[in-house]
Design a protein around this ligand. Structure first.
Ligand SMILES: NC(=O)N[C@@H](CC(=O)O)C(=O)O
Length: 425
């Protein structure tokens, strides 16, 4: 194994120091280290963060390998500074059995670019009718701890209650896609002034808020862990604030796009801006940013949702919802939060690792810690060119935008997956 001596790096925003990486761990830190035989990287001006952890990634394999594979999504993740991603269950077949989650887990190991932690479906086929084999997925080689029907809401309150009760046995968590389906029938975008102007059927904020309110009460009642996917409204933030003040075991994520973009984008009729939940108003964006800063929202999760060209470059009504996220998330966080490195490390690495139970991730670089880390150049600016992305899909909402920050290197267990801003394999 090659040793790496990273010179003059700011660890999570601290004073510059050297980091020696050897045998998969951070072996030493301090000024002026020497290490004969080590590969030296001059990291002057760079910031080292614990490798980012994405709690919400769609890798599309099995089933839609034309849009993404475990390998292409893993490469996109590494280039985005990630060392672990949690793969959503809405594949084809659905990841609702030990066999499918083990397949995804094994493909992740073979790609070897990030740790791929499969998420299991809550209900068979995401159909919302009966519970999937949660225990078998938990006991499988993939050791599933997060369960989600993401893309669909677990709408039946009795099933949701049973799922919450069931996963307590292995400290699991139910990640809810909060969308009351009766309130979003035919919805095309956020329900509000813009949808009225465009004459498009709206997805009202209350469809999200009502499910979150119900589920925090259920989680409190049964004493279970609940996680809320892609929170998108100011009202949801208030419900979560209330629940957390009561001591409910609830965590929540926000996506980069909900921190930056608004429903005004729909006026372009460009389906790249169609996403679920939809882009909301500027007031929602402001509330989400404040909640991310004060901790009511625990983490940034990408909801990386690759889609093939034919599913995106069509009329708005026929386009699939979803946006790419892995290769741009850190830049959006930097844009929105500024160089608050400790906050970025907390919201994009430490907290998601804790929620997912990934105990070798989310640890600040320090002696003895597994060398899962990323080096960021905060001064760099880059223009997003869809054709240059590692994802198999092209549906980024940031095409040709200039964004701050660049991932220079990523290390997974001491081996570089990205060097000089390029994937190593
Ligand atoms: N977030 C999205 O817009 N899309 C997700 C699933 C979903 O939540 O609809 C996808 O899998 O494409």
């Amino acid at each position: 194994m090659t040793a790496y001596l990273i010179r003059n790096v700011s660890v999570v925003g601290g004073a510059p120091t050297d980091l020696l990486i050897r045998d998969g761990v951070v072996a030493e830190t301090g000024a002026g280290l020497t290490a004969p035989g080590a590969t030296v990287l001059d990291a002057t001006g760079l910031v080292a963060l614990p490798g980012l952890v994405d709690l919400h990634t769609h890798l599309r394999e099995p089933g839609r390998e034309d849009a993404e594979t475990v390998e292409s999504g893993s490469r996109a993740a590494a280039l985005g500074g990630y060392t672990a991603v949690c793969a959503m269950a809405n594949t084809s077949p659905v990841a609702d059995t030990a066999g499918v989650v083990e397949q995804v887990w094994r493909l992740g190991r073979e790609a070897g670019l990030v740790d791929v932690q499969p998420i299991g479906a809550v209900t068979v086929g995401l159909a919302g009718e009966r519970l999937a084999e949660l225990g078998a997925m938990a006991d499988s080689a993939a050791r599933v701890r997060i369960f989600s029907d993401d893309g669909h809401c677990v709408a039946d309150p009795k099933l949701m209650r049973r799922a919450l009760e069931y996963v307590k046995a292995f400290d699991g968590v139910i990640a809810q896609h909060a969308e009351e389906p009766r309130l979003t029938e035919g919805a095309q975008m956020h329900e509000g002034e813009v949808s009225t102007r465009l004459g498009l059927t709206g997805w009202p904020a209350v469809a999200e808020e009502a499910i979150i309110a119900r589920d925090v009460l259920l989680a409190e009642h049964v004493g279970s862990r609940l996680h809320i996917c892609h929170v998108s409204t100011a009202g949801s933030v208030e419900v979560l604030r209330h629940a957390k003040a009561r001591g409910v075991k609830v965590t929540a994520e926000v996506t980069p796009h909900h921190l930056l973009l608004t429903d005004e984008k729909a006026t372009t009729y460009d389906p790249v801006y169609k996403v679920n939940p939809p882009l909301r108003t500027a007031a929602d964006v402001a509330a989400l940013r404040a909640a991310l800063a004060d901790g009511v929202i625990d983490i940034v999760a990408t909801d990386h949702a690759p889609h093939a060209v034919e599913d995106k470059e069509c009329e708005w009504a026929y386009a699939r919802p979803g946006m790419l996220g892995l290769e741009t998330a850190l830049s959006i966080a930097l844009d929105v939060l500024g160089p608050q490195w400790d906050l970025i490390a907390e919201r994009m690495s430490r907290a998601p690792a804790r929620i997912a139970g990934l105990d070798t991730h989310g640890l600040d670089p320090a002696p003895g810690v597994p060398a899962n880390l990323t080096l960021v150049d905060p001064a760099a600016r880059r223009v997003i060119e869809p054709a240059e992305l590692a994802s198999r899909s092209r549906n980024t909402p940031y095409a040709r935008m200039t964004l701050p920050g660049r991932i220079v290197a990523t290390f997974l267990r001491g081996e570089p997956t990205v060097l000089d801003g390029k994937a190593v394999k």
